[in-house]
Design a protein around this ligand. Sequence first.
Ligand code: 13P
Length: 252
Amino acid sequence: MIKPIVAGNWKMNKKINEALELVNNLKKIVGNITEVDIIVCPPYTALHSVSSVLKNTNIEMGAQNCYLKESGAFTGEISPQMLIDVGCTWTILGHSERRQYFNETDTFLNQKLKYVLTTGLKVMFCVGETLEEREENLTESVLRRQILEGLRDLQPSDLCKVVIAYEPVWAIGTGKNATPEQAQEAHAFIRALIKKEFGEDAGKNLPIQYGGSVKPENAKELISQEDVNGFLVGGASLNAESFAQIIKACIP
Ligand code: 13P
């Protein structure tokens, strides 16, 4: 049985005061939940403040992205070591917004993923097809490419530090979530692919999150699918009450 894992991707939202209010409220509501792994991913500017509130709690902190060097002349970038220093245990990589607006390719993401895993940071690695790709029946070939190229050269043992987030691009921020059946179909495909490439155990134990318009109203139905092991939540994670309801829906 895979422990459910629910992460909030705040994207480019929340100034420091707002971030503090959100995590303080969250701590009050879900601070005693141990049945679900809980992660918040604030913007870089709020990491330090949020970290001080989350110290010694059950809520972990992640970044939304990072670079593939420890330090140096890379203006505007942040290293995994800096993220660990500020209190992160996770980072997201390969979010569709990074792929779409910042031209992050499968090859570049593979380099980042391999580097990040050497630092001890755990990774939520995002994949997902666009509406156009789905309508052209390309969902599986897109997922296969993003996973095989993104996870190229990883060892089966690396997979214990990786979670895959299936985030269909057409469901992100649109209010239109994948149906439980659509999510299950994609998740089962991803798990089978991981088993084939990295072995039965790696596939069986891999948590696969769903992301895309997850709300308190649809969380229960989605998490009840066999291969849905948690969520990567955008909009609904910006409010402590709605994020907490999603977390509670995942308690087995
Ligand atoms: P929404 O939950 O706002 O659709 O965003 C999903 C997402 O992109 C999480 O990474």
